[in-house]
Each structure stands twice: as C-alpha cells, then as structure tokens.
Design a protein. Structure first.
Length: 57
C-alpha cells in the first residue's frame, strides 16, 4: 500500500502516544480504523444502491 509522506505523518501524529510502550494509542487507533471502515461501508451501500437502480431500469 502506497501512502504519501504527508498523510503518513498526519496519521502518525493522530495516533502517537508518549505513554504507550509501542508509541501509539491503541484505543484511538482502533476507533479511527472502525470509523474509516464504517465510512467505507456507507459508501459501498450507496454504490450498491446505484448499481441496483441501474440494473432494474
């Protein structure tokens, strides 16, 4: 997966944690991932509806 350096740094700043032994806030990271997946799911539903409408016409 390719990700540009600016976007990489933005994400790294969002999930960084000085108090975590691995350097990231696991809870925040999981919340961001779940949020992004929910957004993808919603967009996929929209696409599926459009395709369904095209095939029923």
């Amino acid at each position: 997966m390719e990700i540009d350096e600016q976007r990489y740094e933005e994400i790294a700043k969002q999930i960084h944690s000085d108090t975590s032994p691995v350097g990231i806030d696991a809870k925040k990271t999981h919340i961001l991932i779940i949020h992004m997946l929910q957004d993808i799911e919603a967009r996929l539903r929209q696409v599926e509806k459009r395709v369904e409408n095209l095939t029923t016409v």
